[in-house]
Ligand binder design. Structure first.
Ligand code: KIV
Ligand code: ZN
Length: 506
């Protein structure tokens, strides 16, 4: 009988920990809804004890998501677990995911605990979590660099304490497929109870092996795979959900498994994440990269036209890439716009529709054709919020190849109108330093990029700005048909994100 593989998506937790991928509550909810549509079995919504914002996001997701389990991360610490439960308890299927490190290097230098103390703490905290929540997952952080006798003993004790899912993470992306297979088989042999619960794995991609290691783990008996959309996550990221799913879907001859994933939602999910974070996938990225289904070489094109199977092992349609997109323009009405949004899988309230339609109309006035990608940007646009500290009033840039560029940027800073004027080599540089003149804090520009959303010289520009403040990175996104305006909006968006985090005068 086909084995059931469950997907535990941690894009909103481990993925969000990757630089530049932070999301606000509204964005997290949007992505959680899409993950539910994609059919993931578990959504790890966040780490509730890490910040009030994370707590609220987990809580909002827990209240709304019905078909997927909503998991929340907690260290094996009583206060973390209490907060985790408070955040997730309203979910239809709540799960507390608690962890403690188990490798010698982590226990000695990070935890300063002995093996015995780690076991006692883990058992005590799993019991506490079980007293609150019907489903508890336990993770042994840095498992692949831990002793297998120790892990077997620890797993048996936390299973007896009530853990229903045991996760074996390759936290630092150190293992290899053959080694991981043997490692899991060895722990299964040494443990009395591991086979009575669900075995999960969580692989990081430091050596580019996260997907291969996850597949080896399935062969060794794992039935839950922890992964992220586009493979985002700490350092080099986590195993990419789209790759594991499509490997199993394409190679059914090797993988006799069943899964609940709706593969046709893969592209929508990947694109939504990109639009929210501004972090693009490389063009040659498997499954979701822009070139994944593009056949450039003449010989390949010829083959594919004759018979797709010559060079195509899976169809673009199977991941939700469709060619026949209905393009909207300035004559398209509200009804067509609403239909388009619904056909793209978005469910939005009447207020959101009104706002999006106005933005669409203003874009359609400037741009001949409005593509799906443009509409996705409108729907995920951070825009300006009423409670933002900084809002753009107007700007003027005087630039040319024979003069020094001068920028004047006028901002509404909590009701007070202020102007910054600056000169620099280029218009974006001048605009950013004009904004800096309006601030009472010092920020450092860490990164700046601009990409066009679609082809054509009238395409929307999508700018991403990363600012450094108080030893943390804050990213902002902005879109406009004018690339300088997109850049200014992104800069202000990052500043408002700093302000919202500290919520104090700057
Ligand atoms: O990488 C890791 O070990 C983790 C755990 C918290 C599961 O993210
Ligand atoms: Zn991780």
């Amino acid at each position: 009988m086909a084995k059931i593989i469950k997907f535990f998506d941690t894009t909103l937790r481990d993925g969000e920990q990757s630089p530049g991928c932070s999301m606000n509550q509204k964005e997290k909810l949007l992505l959680a809804r899409q993950l539910e549509k994609l059919g993931v079995d578990v959504i790890e919504a966040g780490f509730a004890a890490s910040s009030p914002g994370d707590f609220q996001s987990v809580n909002a997701i827990a209240k709304e998501i019905k078909n997927s389990t909503v998991a929340v991360l907690a260290r094996a610490v009583k206060d973390d677990i209490t907060k985790a439960w408070e955040a997730v308890k309203e979910a239809k299927r709540p799960r507390i995911h608690t962890f403690i490190a188990t490798s010698d290097v982590h226990m000695e230098y990070k935890l300063r605990m002995t093996h015995e103390e780690v076991i006692n703490k883990a058992v005590e905290m799993v019991k506490y979590a079980v007293s609150l929540c019907p489903e508890v997952e336990f993770s042994a952080e840095d498992a692949t660099r831990s002793d297998t006798d120790f892990l077997a003993e620890l797993f048996d004790k936390v299973i007896q304490a009530g853990a229903k899912i045991i996760n074996i993470p390759d936290t630092v992306g150190y293992t290899t497929p053959d080694e991981f297979y043997d490692f899991i088989m060895e722990i299964r042999k040494k443990s009395k109870y591991l086979d009575s619960v669900e075995i999960s794995v969580h692989c990081h991609n430091d050596l580019g092996l996260a997907v291969a290691n996850s597949l080896a783990a399935i062969r060794a008996g794992a039935s839950q795979i922890e992964c992220t959309v586009n493979g985002i996550g700490e350092r080099a990221g986590n195993a990419a959900i789209e790759e594991i799913v499509m490997i199993m879907n394409t190679r059914k001859d090797i993988y006799d498994v069943k899964m609940n994933i709706v593969t046709q939602e893969i592209m929508n999910t990947s694109r939504l994440l990109t639009n929210i974070t501004g972090v693009h996938v490389q063009p040659n990225k498997a499954i979701v990269g822009a070139n994944a289904f593009a056949h450039e070489a003449g010989i390949h094109q010829h083959g594919v036209l004759k018979n797709r199977e010559t060079y195509e092992i899976m169809t673009p349609e199977s991941v939700g890439l469709t060619k026949n997109k209905m393009v909207l323009g300035k004559h398209s009405g509200r009804h067509a716009f609403k239909e388009k949004i619904e056909s793209m899988g978005y469910e939005i309230s009447k207020d959101e529709l009104d706002k999006a339609f106005m933005e669409f109309k203003s874009l359609a006035d400037k741009k001949k054709q409005v593509f799906d990608e443009d509409i996705e940007v409108i729907l995920t646009n951070r825009g300006t919020k009423a409670d933002d500290k900084y809002k753009l009033v107007r700007y003027v840039i005087n630039s040319g190849n024979t003069i020094t560029t001068i920028a004047s940027v006028v901002l509404d800073k909590e009701g007070q109108i202020i102007e910054g004027i600056s000169s620099a080599g280029g218009p974006v540089d001048a605009a950013f330093s004009a904004i800096d003149k309006c601030l009472d804090i010092e920020v450092g520009l860490e990164d700046y990029s601009i990409q066009s959303v679609t082809e054509g010289t009238d395409a929307l520009g999508f700018a991403v700005v990363k600012l450094r403040y108080n030893n943390h990175s804050y990213s902002g996104r902005g879109t406009s048909i004018n690339i300088v305006e997109a850049s200014i909006k992104a800069y202000l968006n990052a500043l408002n994100s700093i302000y919202n985090t500290f919520n104090r005068g700057m």
